[in-house]
Design a protein around this ligand. Structure first.
Ligand code: 5AD
Ligand code: SF4
Length: 467
């Protein structure tokens, strides 16, 4: 369904749109959709904000300093806006995303040169908001509501070429309310798009050249959308259906909650060869006491058992995680439990953060905050362990032949970069005509964040297969 406003013919002059995206892949997806929304109105993507007609900062509020970063970036944009005005032009400045949702009124007050502020659930109204700002010189527009109708009903079809590896938002928002997290407040209640809509978008992506699709959602495995037959599908069934789309060779999904890994999803890891053997499954902490205070609703042991079940379904599954250190009340013993869990599971990669109090979340007002130097020390210890794990995982690939989906030219002439099934970045010498192909590559060396390899001599493109 496409209900975006159509442009009056007189505005179809080429205009420049600059979008700066912070944070997660869902923000990247949203930014691409904002560009799609403005394209019919003559706005073409620009590489820099200088001389742009519309500048959008698509912000992230998940961890510290988000608001400060936004205000400092706005200072630069303000100078460019004034320069544009001195030349008789006009620059509309918009702040979008989760900082806008959380601190919209403050942004308008502190930065009066900002024209538009809107959250992740209202950006489908962008053309109308821009038109309002253009017509009413100086009027600021704030739209941080949570509309009853999902924005997806109003978004136009993607127009830009998606690239070999594309993102597709299938679920948004979160009802889990982990006590450290702003997402339930900034992105709102959990919503799953109907499967038919997702399948149609995936077909369009495949038709425009995408070979891999990563399904996105704040809590993507809580997906429970209407199936094409009118029933309900979980993520497992959705993945099964998407795997049948011609041209789509690989599927991934992110980010998941351990409590929402159900039998159907585990079965998909066993039965759907296109579902890649890599899973980002944040655990946050290895201490049951901390997990309880975080309202994660699972224990360390339950997490480990879920991982065991997944690995039984797909023995080569590589795991990734998020960790928070220094959550309020975290003791040395709690932190040791996190270290023990990381060693036990053996993560192929992981992200770790110092706890940062997010305004309005329950943990932010806890009295037992952990001192900054303790957080910093714990983070260094955990990161050293996780980096070691990543190094070991990558080194174990040396000598193996991995099917690599080539995505783009590498840094050096004559080189392409792609991904292994386990999401490792792999570079190898190859001609650009092999972009989009899945090719067997012998891994020769493991670098800290990537692998170097050579295409198996005279190898044709391979069909993806179970390792
Ligand atoms: N402080 C530190 N890290 C956080 N994350 C989310 N909220 C916070 C916070 N308040 C981390 C979690 C989450 C990842 C996206 O960001 O680990 O999984
Ligand atoms: Fe935030 Fe994820 Fe917890 Fe939802 S499940 S509240 S998005 S950390």
């Amino acid at each position: 369904m496409t209900r975006a406003a159509s442009p009056p013919p007189q505005v179809l002059m080429e205009k420049k749109l600059f979008i700066k995206t912070y944070g997660c892949q869902m923000n990247a997806y949203d930014s691409a959709r904002m560009a799609d929304l403005m394209a019919p109105f003559g706005y073409a993507a620009a590489e820099s904000p200088e001389g742009a007609d519309l500048v959008i900062l698509n912000t992230c509020h998940i961890r510290e300093k988000a608001a400060e970063k936004t205000f400092s970036e706005l200072g630069t944009i303000r100078r460019l806006k004034r320069a544009r005005e001195r030349q008789g032009g006009r620059m509309i400045v918009a702040v979008a995303g989760c900082v806008a949702q959380a601190e919209g009124a403050e942004i308008l007050e502190r930065a009066p040169y900002v024209d538009l502020v809107f959250g992740p659930q209202t950006y489908h109204r962008l053309p109308e908001m821009v038109a309002r700002a253009l017509l009413a010189a100086g009027e600021q527009v704030l739209d941080t509501s949570f509309p009853a109708e999902p924005k997806f009903d109003y978004l136009p079809e993607t127009s830009a070429a998606p690239g070999i590896s594309a993102f597709l938002t299938v679920q948004e928002g979160c009802d889990r309310f982990c006590t450290f997290c702003v997402v339930p407040y900034t992105r709102g209640a959990e919503y799953s798009r109907p499967a038919a809509e997702i399948i149609a978008e995936a077909r369009r992506l495949a038709a425009s050249g995408a070979r891999e699709i990563t399904l996105l959602g704040q809590n993507v495995n809580a997906y429970h959308g209407t199936s094409p037959g009118g029933g309900e599908w979980g993520l497992g069934e959705l993945i099964g259906a998407l795997a049948g789309i011609p041209g789509i060779a690989r599927l991934r999904y992110t980010t998941s909650h351990p409590k929402d890994v159900d039998d159907r999803l585990i079965a998909a890891h066993r039965d759907v060869p296109a579902l890649m053997p890599f899973l980002h499954l944040p655990v946050q902490s290895g201490s049951d006491r901390v997990l309880r205070a975080m309202n994660r609703r699972h224990t360390a042991d339950q997490y480990s058992r879920t991982v065991e079940r997944l690995r039984r379904a797909r023995p080569d599954l590589a795991l990734s995680s998020d960790f928070i250190v220094g959550f309020p009340g975290e003791s040395d013993a709690d932190f040791d439990a996190t270290l023990a869990l990381s060693r036990d599971i053996g993560f192929a990669q992981a992200f770790s953060f110092k706890y940062s109090p997010r305004p309005g979340t329950p943990a932010a007002s806890a009295a037992n905050q952990v001192p900054e130097p303790v957080k910093a020390e714990r983070l260094a210890v955990l990161q050293a362990l996780l980096h070691d794990g990543q190094r070991l995982f990558n080194e174990a690939s040396v000598g193996c032949v991995l099917p690599v989906l080539f995505e783009k030219p590498g840094r050096h002439e004559g080189q392409l970069v792609g991904r292994s099934p386990y999401l490792q970045s792999v570079h190898a010498e190859a001609g650009v005509e092999r972009i989009g192909e899945i090719v067997p590559v012998t891994i020769r060396a493991a670098l800290p964040n990537s692998l170097a390899g050579a295409i198996v001599a005279q190898s044709p493109a391979v069909a993806e297969h179970r390792a």
